[in-house]
Structures are given as structure tokens and as C-alpha cells.
Design a protein around this ligand. Structure first.
Ligand code: F0G
Length: 419
């Protein structure tokens, strides 16, 4: 069974709680959402997703931020730091340079902890409250750990984060540390950290809040809802394409789910669905490999490397949800090298948009696809930038201008300036 864009909404099974249940994306097994802690299908071990008897309509949304969309979410608001409501920037110089009908940048770095992860955590930690667990855990390339630490702190819960030693940007470790998470620096890459934390979770040691957790992706769906609403308000139409960086492919899966539910609700015609276009760093591009070679499954890369440490991931666990998302929306996936990522980071900064390297991959990927003629000049495009510049101060400083030492006098400064 593959996740189709036009599959109708199903009637609530007996296990549903208030019209909400969990379903296996492969075998269709259904489960009560909050009766027990489950991450994958107990029958076939495939991924689970949240389903609703009544997919939401635009007229149900009111208020601001992630909780504007509570009609599309499986839990009430328990733990929040006013996440969401991030800016959609016009970038006129880049729009002209790239040569598309319109280019907007959705800057998720403007969430409270500086990345889109807040959207998933406000819902995921809310689900943890519903389930009554007391210890939260994640593996992370950095941003998930920062967000989990902050939301765990807010909820008064213990948090444990597993990070690949030496491969997490300074801002993110500092956040996890100050918000009081217990930080375990693992001798292994992110995928190894995730293997371990999944083992810990299955042994009941902690509640897993990586994007394998189906509740987290519900929060991340709101990126799509905000983009659609803001784009329509500004330009009178929905975007043709959304270009986003890919690590575990959680956002790709979440955006696709957002669109499927809107199609089910009759709010979006299938041909209006934006083409999901994933970008990976060429040193960590297993999803691109799967798309380019038309593989049924993503093959894990054991060795990965990129300056964009947030997406230094070789085993995108949401592949079974994301591959149909890319294929059914007519999108694609593309790899870009670290130099192209840094150049895009600099060029976004020149438009006043400060992002971390992984985020800039979206613009770098769009440029590559324009060069190849895959993206047309008549398209309305949104690039998703996922994390703030300050997350990775070392990468920003390396990409930017050098400070110039000057004497401590006005004359000395003027002389240095050559005036
Ligand atoms: N961009 C940033 C800044 C990220 O931190 C991540 C993922 C991604 C993109 C990729 O998103 O996994 O939904 O495809 N960071 C995770 C973490 C893995 O641990 O912070 P995805």
C-alpha cells in the first residue's frame, strides 16, 4: 500500500479516540492513539501515521502560530512557547537571479529555539503528556535536541539527548545544555545515535521524540498550512513548488501529509498540490539516490560527510512516507555540494535572511534544478529555510567577512577606512 494523494478519508475505526487514531502506512493496522506507547506498527514494524475522521478545512483555523491549526492536530495545547507564525520573505534579488515567476523564503529559523523542530515538539511533548510518560529522549544532529530540551524544560520533564560527538554545531549544544538536557556524546554518527535511542525507547527507558514519532510530524504539517495561507494571501495562489532540505525526510513526509489531508477535505485540488522537491548534501544523499534510480526503498549510507551538519544523515527513516510524497506531487530530489551550500548561505544573508548551512541547501538545490531546466521560469517557488544562522556560528563566520583589527582612535579608524 502506498500513500496516495487522492485516497479518500476513511471512517473512524473502533479504536479511534475523538475521531483520531494511528494507522500503519503499509498493512493498514489501526491503533488507539494514547492507550500505549508505540512508534512503529506492532504487526509489520512499518511507519505509523495519525489519521482523522474529519480532515480539516481552512475555515476552521483561527488564532496564530501552530495552535491556529488545532483542528488539524491530534492533541490539545499542553506545552507551548508560541511556536510557528514564521515569516515568509520575498527575496526580489534572488528571485531575479534564479529566474522564476516568484520566490519566497519560509524562514523556520525564526521559531523560539531557532528551527522548525519547535512545531513538532509542541505536539510531540503534548502527546507525551497524554501518554503520561516522564522521560523524553532523542538522537539529534543538534536542532531536535535543542527543541526537545526547551520543551521538556517547559513541561517539567527529564530529557536525554544523544549527539554524534564532534559533529553538532556549537549553538545547538549550548541550547540543549542550558535548557537542562542530559547530553550523551556518542562515538558514532547520527544514524548510530538513532539506532541506540530507538533501542532505549523500545526497552521503555524513555519516550522517543525523533521524527519517527508520528505525533511530531503532525506539528510539522503546520509549516505547509502556513505556507499555503500566506502565499495565497500575498500572491493569490498556492505555490507550484516547495524546495526543502532533507535529512530524515520528516518535513517532506509532514508536508505531503498536510497536502493529502487538504485534498481529502476538498480544500486543494490534486493538481494544485505543490511539487515537493528535496535537497541533500552530496556527501549524504541516499534519498536523492533512491529518486534518481527509481528505487522502492532508500539504501542506508554508512559513511556521510557535509559541512551542513544538520543533514549529515545516511538513513532517512521517513523514507517510506517521503518517497511517495515526492513522486505523487511530481517533485524530485537533488544533491548539492558544500561549496554551493555556502554560496547560497551567503546570498540569502545578502538579502537579510540569516540561515544555517543545511537551510541554504534549499536555495542551492533550486539553482541546480533551474540550471538543469527541471524548474521552469514560470514557477512560483517557496524555499524552506529550516534553522537560524546563529545555530552554527562557526560556519557563519567562515562563510562571512573577516573582522579587521583597527586602532582605538577615530583617526586610526578613518585611516584604516582610507578616508
Ligand atoms: N534542516 C535543519 C536545520 C535540520 O536540523 C534538519 C534535521 C533538517 C533540515 C532535515 O529535516 O529530518 O525533516 O528531513 N535535523 C534533525 C536534528 C535530524 O536532529 O536536529 P528532516
Amino acid at each position: 500500500m502506498s500513500l496516495s494523494l487522492t485516497e479518500p478519508a476513511s471512517a473512524a475505526p473502533d479504536v479511534a479516540d475523538d475521531g483520531v487514531w494511528l494507522a500503519c502506512i503499509d498493512c493498514g493496522e489501526t491503533l488507539a492513539p494514547f492507550e500505549s506507547v508505540v512508534y512503529t506498527c506492532p504487526e509489520c514494524d512499518s511507519l505509523l501515521e495519525v489519521r482523522y475522521a474529519e480532515p480539516p478545512t481552512f475555515d476552521q483555523f483561527e488564532g496564530s502560530g501552530v495552535w491556529r491549526y488545532d483542528a488539524a492536530l491530534p492533541v490539545p495545547k499542553h506545552v507551548s512557547i508560541d511556536e510557528g507564525d514564521t515569516p515568509l520573505y520575498s527575496v526580489p534579488r534572488l528571485e531575479t537571479e534564479v529566474g522564476v515567476d516568484s520566490l519566497q523564503v519560509k524562514h523556520e529559523g525564526m521559531n523560539g529555539t531557532g528551527s522548525f523542530k519547535d512545531r513538532g515538539m509542541t505536539v510531540g511533548v503534548g502527546a507525551a503528556k497524554e501518554l503520561g510518560v516522564d522521560r523524553l529522549a532523542c538522537a539529534s544532529t543538534g536542532n531536535t535536541s535543542a527543541a526537545l530540551a526547551a520543551y521538556g524544560a517547559r513541561a517539567g520533564m527529564e530529557t536525554l539527548v544523544l549527539l554524534p560527538a564532534g559533529k553538532v554545531a556549537a549553538g545547538k549544544v549550548a541550547q540543549a545544555s542550558l535548557h537542562g538536557a542530559r547530553i550523551l556524546e556518542v562515538d558514532g554518527n547520527f544514524d548510530v545515535c538513532l539506532d541506540i535511542v530507538q533501542d532505549l525507547a523500545s526497552q521503555g527507558e524513555a519516550y522517543l521524540l525523533n521524527s519517527l514519532n508520528p505525533f511530531r510530524l503532525e506539528g510539522q504539517k503546520t509549516i505547509g498550512l502556513e505556507i499555503l495561507e500566506a502565499h495565497r494571501e500575498r500572491l493569490g495562489s498556492f505555490p507550484d513548488r516547495i524546495v526543502l532540505p532533507v535529512g530524515n525526510a520528516g518535513n517532506t513526509a509532514a508536508l505531503y501529509k498536510c497536502f493529502r489531508e487538504l485534498v481529502q477535505a476538498g480544500e486543494l485540488a490534486p493538481e494544485q498540490v505543490p511539487k515537493l522537491t528535496g535537497v541533500q548534501a552530496s556527501g549524504a544523499a541516499p534519498m536523492v539516490e533512491a529518486i534518481e534510480n527509481d528505487l522502492d526503498e532508500i539504501q542506508r549510507w554508512d559513511s556521510v560527510e557535509t559541512r551542513a551538519t544538520a543533514i549529515r544523515i545516511g538513513n532517512p527513516v521517513n523514507g517510506p512516507k517521503a518517497l511517495p510524497g515526492i513522486r505523487e506531487t511530481g517533485g524530485t530530489a537533488v544533491a548539492v555540494d558544500d561549496e554551493a551550500i555556502t554560496e547560497a548561505q551567503r546570498d540569502l544573508a545578502e538579502e537579510g535572511v540569516g540561515v544555517e548551512p543545511a537551510s541554504a541547501a534549499s536555495l542551492a538545490g533550486l539553482r541546480e534544478l533551474r540550471d538543469r531546466g527541471v524548474v521552469g521560469d514560470d514557477e512560483q517557488v517557496v524555499c524552506l529555510t529550516t534553522g537560524h544562522l546563529l545555530k552554527d556560528p562557526d560556519a557563519a563566520a567562515a562563510a562571512g567577512a573577516e573582522p579587521e583589527p583597527v586602532p582605538g582612535t577615530t583617526d586610526g579608524v578613518l585611516e584604516h577606512l582610507g578616508e
